[in-house]
Each structure stands twice: as C-alpha cells, then as structure tokens.
Design a protein around this ligand. Structure first.
Ligand code: ATP
Length: 361
C-alpha cells in the first residue's frame, strides 16, 4: 500500500535548538499511528509540522501525493483535535459540531443531517440541543471529535486528546477512539506521552527522544523487542542485567549475570549488536516467583523476596538473586486461594530464554 503521508529528512530548528532531527516517516491510509515520547521530545512539533502550523527547516512532506510546502494549514487534508478542545460554551452541542460547516454550500437540512450523523458516530446521538457548557470532560472530547470528523479530513491529528480526562474515562475513550477510527477509516495520528495509550490504540508507534524517532513498530514489537535501553525503559518496566554476548554461526548466546548462559532467540537479536558487553532486558511478567510446592519446567534461580507491592489484581515482587546488585522486579497475577509471599521469603525465580532482550550497554 502506498503511503498517505510521507516525510523525508524533516528537520526543525527553533533558533539554535534542534527540535526535529532527520525524521523519515511514512504513514498509510487508514492507519492509527502514534507519536510517543517524553515531554519535550518533539512529538507536538512533528504533529504541527504535518498540520501546517510549523514549517520544517529542511526536508519534504507530502500528503496524498501532494507536496505540502507552502500549503497553509486550512488548505491541507488534515484536521487537528487539540488537548484543550476549544468548545464554545455558549453554543449548543449541535452548533459546536456544525461550526466548521458554516461556509458549506449544502442546505440547512443536509447540514443538520451531517451533524446528527457525526454526533451518533461519537456516541452523542440525542445530545444536539444541549448546551455545551454543561458537558462532562468526556462528552466535550466527543464533541471536539465530531466537529473534526464532520469535515471529513483524510487525516485526523490528535494532540494528547485524552490527557484532561480521569483514568476511568481515559481508558473508556481509548477503546472508543480506536473503534471510531476503524469505523470511519480515516488516518489518525496521535501524540501522547502515555505508553499504555499508544500501545492500546495504535497500529504502529514511533517512539521519539531528543527530536529523533528511535524505534517505529507495531505495539507488540515495541514492547517485546525494544531495540534500545531507552525505549525499553520508557515502554513499561524492564529489568536490566549485565551480560556478555557471544555471536557464532549457531546464533547469539548470552552470559547473563545471576542467570547463567542462555541462547538468544533469533527474533530478539538486535541488529548491529555483536559479541561483547551488553545489557539483557527482562520484563517483570516474563519472570515468576515459585510458590511453596510449585514446580516448573522453566529454568530457575534461588532468590529472596525483598519487597512486595500489592495492586489487588497483581503483586509486584522485588527478589534478590546472587550475582546481581539490583533485585529483579517480578509481576505476578494474584490467584484466589494463593497467599502473597512475605518479605524475607526464600523462593525460586523462574525465567525463560525466549523472553531475554539483548541491548547495547
Ligand atoms: P510535550 O509533551 O511537553 O508537549 P513534546 O514532545 O510535544 O512535549 P514539543 O512541544 O514538540 O515537545 O517541543 C520540543 C522542543 O522544542 C521543546 O524543547 C520545546 O521547548 C521546543 N519548542 C517547541 N516550540 C517552540 C517554539 N515555538 N519556539 C522555541 N522552542 C520551541
């Protein structure tokens, strides 16, 4: 499939500050694409460049095969939903949604029909006559979405659209946004600093640091096969153990502190990382503490429970093992009838070669 949006060698300077560095990016028609990274990494600047609110200092951008240099924001096939969704409180919900259609040559009745459809699409059918100032945060977000969608953009740009919502509402809206995007088939580009949000909603995620895209992949690949320590640590929790890699014709083996020698699965081998010192990553849920009497076919190592953090559905254990300075962080589902281990308990930690992630030191 050809790319709907194509960025080549995009750089952006604010004075001396190099905010975007050599961004190459292709986004497909119908894709839900996220720009994820810590505050200040340049994700909003990149989104604003696609929207036409910022001009790149170098590089080219085209949308739908058309070069965008010199094309103002309001002439681009994009529409932006802002973090502070500017709803007009003195207008009704329907008037807010229809605002963008005021110069549309269609009849009043046709426009009213379009507003109704857009409101139904975002789950606000029947809310048209309500005053916008009385809406909840989640409803405002929906109004902002309906207002953007009614203009039928090819690309919808969303800058932290859910950040003002409380946790429950945010989780609900994540799923709704994802469903909505599938339904309308419009390309969505989302800016977020929330890794869970990016993983939940996106077809692909670009992880940004310091104005650069460090990794671009589907959510599962980003989570299970991060290609750098930075990305690994930003996306969820990760244990890092010192190690040494040995590459040979047979594949890559690792000597992992505290765990011993292990074969690295071929799909986990980071390109460009040869023999020598490395850091070996292990996600907390790829490790397990063994409860009394429990056996496993996985490899195990002895340890002592150092800390216990109980989350209701899960417990996070810190377990000390010999030969490693930092305790291993281990996530366990809590099961009915199984007690949470106490601090000081001697246990064994089960691990698996398949979940080792070798990274540059
Ligand atoms: P946040 O999540 O905090 O918004 P971000 O990743 O979206 O962060 P940007 O807003 O793109 O980051 O900003 C990237 C860097 O560029 C920041 O250091 C910011 O201070 C700087 N910057 C952004 N806009 C301008 C501007 N108009 N003039 C000068 N510097 C700017």
């Amino acid at each position: 499939m050809t790319a709907l949006i194509q960025l080549r060698g995009i750089n952006k300077y604010f004075g001396d500050y190099h905010a975007l560095r050599d961004i190459d990016l292709e986004i497909k028609q119908g894709e839900f694409f996220s720009l994820l990274g810590p505050s200040g990494c340049g994700k909003t600047t990149l989104l604003r460049t696609i929207a036409g609110f910022e001009d790149p200092s170098a590089g080219t951008l085209s949308i739908d095969g058309r070069p965008m240099a010199g094309v103002p924001a309001n002439k681009r096939p994009t529409n932006m939903v802002f973090q502070s969704y500017a709803i007009f409180p003195h207008l009704t919900v329907a008037e807010n949604v229809g605002f963008g259609l005021r110069r549309d040559p269609r009849s009043k009745a046709e426009k009213a029909g379009a507003v109704k459809d857009a409101l139904e699409m975002v789950g606000l059918g029947g809310y048209g006559a309500r005053s916008a100032h009385a809406l909840s945060g989640g409803q405002r977000q929906r109004v902002a979405l309906a207002r953007a969608l009614i203009l039928k953009p090819k690309v919808l740009l969303l800058d932290e659209p859910l950040s003002a919502l409380d946790r429950k509402m945010r989780e609900l809206m994540q799923v709704e946004l994802m469903k909505l995007q599938r339904q309308v088939g419009i390309t969505f580009i989302l800016v977020t600093h929330d890794q869970e949000e990016a993983l939940v909603m996106s077809d692909r995620v670009a992880v940004m640091f310091d104005g650069q895209i460090r990794q671009m992949d589907d959510p599962e690949a980003i989570y299970t096969r991060p290609r750098s320590r930075e990305v690994a640590a930003f996306i969820g929790k990760m244990n890092f153990l010192p190690g040494t890699l040995h590459s040979s014709g047979e594949g890559v083996e690792a000597d992992v502190a505290g765990l011993g020698r292990a074969m690295i699965p071929p799909d986990r081998v980071t390109p460009g990382l040869g023999s020598g010192p490395a850091v070996i990553g292990l996600r907390p849920e790829s490790l397990a503490v063994l409860f009394e009497g429990e056996t496993t076919t996985r490899r195990t190592v002895e340890g002592t429970v150092d800390e216990v953090v109980y989350y209701g559905d899960m417990t996070y254990y810190d377990v000390r093992i010999a030969g490693v300075d930092e305790p291993l962080n281990i996530a366990m589902k809590n099961l009915v009838g199984r007690d949470v281990l106490e601090v000081g308990t001697a246990t064994r930690v089960a691990w698996d070669e398949r979940s080792l992630v070798p990274l540059a030191p």
